[in-house]
Write a protein that binds this ligand. Structure first.
Ligand code: HEC
Ligand code: HEC
Ligand code: HEC
Length: 459
């Protein structure tokens, strides 16, 4: 009898807990509206929205390569399965045409769709929650004045129970802090502006912060280095692996123009980020640089001195490591032969950045904690951007096997970074070639999928 009582009691607890959970998890639908007249939106607001949409990279995730802008269906591979982005054009049936501004604000602030269903954090609402009502108003005006496109994205490919959206309510209880950005009173207005852009719309942490097993950004590891689209997004805190420490000025220049003489050009998904920041006023890019430089902190005098030595020796074209050349039949010896035959003309040549290759003493990629970005760059190179000049590098996937790549990188690490070889280059290279790691290959400053010409669409 006693056992029965305990079981009944437990059942009661479970029922109450479930009811409580459903009370939190349940979100009501917001009534549909007739799509507002495009002419009802203020043009200045629409233009502001275009700029904000670029900072939020909405086009990149909501457009299939070669498809209509914002029509969705772009596949986002996650460790849990593939999630497809929604159609956010103002088509009333397949897009957000029937969404009121309140419904749009709730999606940005809480990650909830108009019909009340929870959204996957592949949509970075954990960052967008910080966006102000005023900026959401401009984003809404911009999206509602885009050409409507009728297109339904494919169904997500997620295993049970992750395909049940109610699970997301649990995820939110554990990891999601809802609420607009609050100024930090002890910091300057510029710093706060930078923090708002970096942690909110810019969602830099979505790539640059490591994630836990449930896909949430790790607490206490803000911008400590993460993964994105088959690339490593380097640490932007005090643990930055850049050989020459970043400064506010170099961060500003790199984010403004997509490259810096001490750090090279942006690669992989970062190219698109700097391409998009191109629409921001200088003051906002300065604010981002101010905030990031404060996160990185003042580098130690030793680090500054080391950086100065590297810069001087690179500009004097002196070999930094005076060690004798490795014996020809060792991995580094074979790697040196490949470097001299295939890389040195550009990476030890006289053509300056951004069109010449960086001297590897300066390369974060060669100094990084893992080999992934070096492997991606050597295999796939840097494709040319269409319709404008960009930094270009040939890919070596067809001409170099995995062992040659491992030897080459062993030499680059030893000679240019003074660090031990990465252990797993050959196997990582094989997984990169066979598609186990899906790598997005983009031109250096990556504005190929920037928002369609606004003027032309608004006529
Ligand atoms: C990193 C990729 C990514 C970025 C960047 C991104 N989105 Fe999304 N978004 C998604 C995905 C994926 C979904 C679908 C989530 C789901 O089905 O649960 C989505 C869903 C949405 C929805 C909900 C639509 C619906 O029908 O429920 C809205 C609204 C939205 N995004 C707006 C935006 C805006 C505005 C921006 C730019 C400020 C943006 N997104 C940037 C990936 C992204
Ligand atoms: C035709 C010229 C050319 C050749 C040959 C070439 N590269 Fe590059 N490479 C570039 C350019 C241009 C860039 C972009 C500017 C930059 O950041 O270095 C680049 C970028 C890189 C980067 C990214 C550096 C960083 O930290 O941003 C790596 C790594 C790299 N190349 C490795 C190699 C290796 C290894 C070889 C030889 C197998 C090679 N490259 C051959 C032109 C070349
Ligand atoms: C979609 C993923 C993604 C987003 C979003 C993103 N980054 Fe990056 N970022 C990367 C990757 C990948 C790299 C490394 C490749 C390279 O060297 O260009 C990188 C490199 C960088 C670097 C160079 C670091 C170094 O030491 O070489 C800086 C600085 C940077 N990002 C700043 C930012 C800022 C600021 C934001 C937000 C406005 C941001 N990133 C958003 C993926 C991203």
């Amino acid at each position: 009898m006693k056992l029965k009582h305990i079981l009944v009691g437990l059942l009661g607890v479970v029922i109450v807990a479930c009811a409580g959970f459903f009370a939190i998890a349940w979100k009501s639908a917001i009534a549909p509206i007739t799509p507002p007249d495009r002419a009802s939106f203020d043009q200045a607001l629409v233009h502001k929205g275009a700029m904000l949409a670029a900072v939020g990279n909405c086009t990149a995730c909501h457009t299939q390569p070669g498809g209509h802008s914002f029509a969705g269906g772009f596949a986002l591979p996650t460790p849990f399965g593939t999630i497809y982005s929604s159609n956010i054009t103002p088509d009333p049936e397949t897009g957000i045409g029937a969404w009121s501004e309140a419904a749009f604000n709730r999606a940005m602030r809480e990650g909830v769709s108009r019909d009340g269903k929870h959204l996957y954090p592949a949509f970075p609402f954990d960052h967008f929650t910080l966006v102000s009502d005023e900026d959401n108003k401009a984003l809404y005006a911009f999206l509602m004045t885009r050409p409507p496109v009728k297109q339904t994205p494919p169904a997500n490919e997620l295993p049970f129970p992750l395909n049940v959206r109610l699970v997301l309510a649990g995820w939110k209880t554990l990891f999601f802090n809802e609420g607009a950005y609050q100024d930090v009173a002890s910091e300057s207005a510029e710093w706060n502006r930078g923090a708002y852009l970096v942690n909110g719309l810019g969602h830099c942490g979505a790539c640059h912060t490591p994630r836990n097993a449930l896909g949430a950004e790790k607490a206490g590891a803000h911008l400590a280095g993460g993964q994105a689209e088959g690339w490593t997004a380097f640490a932007l805190d005090a643990s930055s692996p850049a050989p020459v420490a970043w400064t506010q000025d170099s961060l500003y220049a790199y984010l403004r123009q997509g490259w810096h003489p001490d750090h090279g050009v942006t690669n992989g998904p970062m190219g698109e980020v700097t391409g998009n920041l191109g629409l921001l006023p200088d003051s906002d890019v300065h604010a981002i640089a101010t905030y990031l430089a404060s996160l990185m902190g003042t580098p130690s005098p030793e680090r500054v001195q080391k950086g100065e030595e590297i810069r001087k020796q690179v500009s004097d074209s002196l070999a930094l490591v005076s060690a004798p050349s490795p014996a020809a039949d060792t991995p580094t010896g074979r790697g040196q032969a490949i470097y001299e035959a295939a890389c040195a003309t550009c990476h030890d040549g006289s053509r300056p950045l951004p069109f010449g290759g960086i001297n590897f003493h300066l390369s974060t990629t060669i100094n990084a904690p893992d080999a992934q970005n070096a492997i991606n760059t050597v295999l796939f190179g840097l494709p040319a951007a269409s319709g404008r000049q960009s930094a270009i590098m040939p890919g070596f996937a067809a001409t170099m096997n995995d062992q040659q790549l491992a030897d080459l990188l062993a030499y680059l690490r030893d000679n240019f970074a003074g660090k031990p070889a990465w252990a797993d280059v050959a196997s990582r290279a094989a997984d990169t070639r066979n598609g186990k790691f899906q790598v997005s290959v983009r031109p250096s400053d990556g504005i190929e999928r920037g928002p369609d010409n606004i003027g032309a669409q608004d006529q």
